[in-house]
Ligand binder design. Structure first.
Ligand code: PTJ
Length: 245
């Protein structure tokens, strides 16, 4: 990262790309994560590489959901771990959520590498290692979760999630928050709260909202949740991408 000049017009994008490359080298990120990053980067370019007002609303609604939850869980895959490890730990602290490693391309080596990477960034308890429960309706390896983690969660944050798994979690009746730069992708379309924003901006902003709402009463949080319109958020993101405003 230090080799990239800070005044480069595409600085953040280059830093993000570099972090994914480092993640692959360290055995944290899957090779497919580089393709995912490339796709995300193209959408981010079209969104203007900024958090739109509608994404900010979604991030506030996500914070309210997480604060209201009894058992919130934040899901971590190889891209999330490479891009925002400390930021996910900070969000988990702010909303009192568990962190669970949950991989699309699951191997014991990557689970261990990601769990220790998160611990290095301040995580105390990392779930996803036992994987003693299955999400119904998915092929065995891709269904694995912790019985006292994602399986039992009422609210889950699943950034950059595969469409089948997002649908299966929704079918379990969970409140699902998805971060995905592609508003046409299935995962944000099945989410209760689709956040069309780069995860490097989205996660710190959810945390900032959560801190600001920390002392809000339940009625205030419920009102934020109720007033959020998922369909309108997807439409606003798509309009921004297609027409630039
Ligand atoms: O680590 P694993 O094994 O769990 O695998 C993780 C990936 C991401 C490789 C896997 O879940 C996958 O292949 O995902 P997809 O189907 O490529 O979907 C990734 C989505 O995330 C795409 O819609 C991208 O546009 C989006 N995306 C990529 N980078 C970012 C992003 N969204 C937000 N912020 C990003 N930085």
């Amino acid at each position: 990262e230090s080799e990239i000049p800070a005044d480069h017009p595409r600085y953040t994008d280059l830093v993000t790309r570099h972090r994914i490359e480092r993640g692959v080298e360290k055995g944290i990120t899957h090779l497919q994560g580089m393709h995912a990053e490339g796709r995300g980067s193209a959408f981010d370019y079209l969104l203007g590489e900024e958090t739109t007002p509608s994404a900010d609303d979604a991030e506030r609604a996500a914070a309210a959901h997480l604060l209201l939850a009894d058992r919130p869980v934040l899901s971590i895959n190889g891209n999330v771990a490479a891009l925002v490890p400390a930021e996910m730990v900070a969000l988990a602290d702010a909303v009192d959520a568990d962190l669970e490693v949950n991989l699309f391309n699951r191997t014991p080596e990557r689970i261990d590498a990601i769990a220790s990477h998160l611990r290095k960034h301040g995580a105390e308890d990392v779930k996803g290692i036992e994987a003693d429960a299955l999400i119904p309706g998915l092929e065995h390896e891709r269904a694995k979760v912790d019985a006292d983690g994602i399986y039992a969660a009422d609210v889950v944050l699943v950034p950059l999630e595969d469409g089948d798994r997002a649908e299966a979690l929704e079918a379990m009746g969970k409140t699902e928050i998805v971060i995905d730069l592609n508003p046409l992708s299935r995962s944000p379309r099945v989410a209760d709260v689709p956040i069309v924003d780069n995860i490097v901006r989205a996660v710190p902003n959810i945390t900032a909202h959560a801190r600001e709402l920390a002392d809000a009463d339940e009625a205030t949080l419920e009102a934020i949740v109720t007033n959020f319109d998922a369909q309108a958020a997807l439409e606003a993101a798509e309009a921004r991408i297609r027409s630039g405003f």
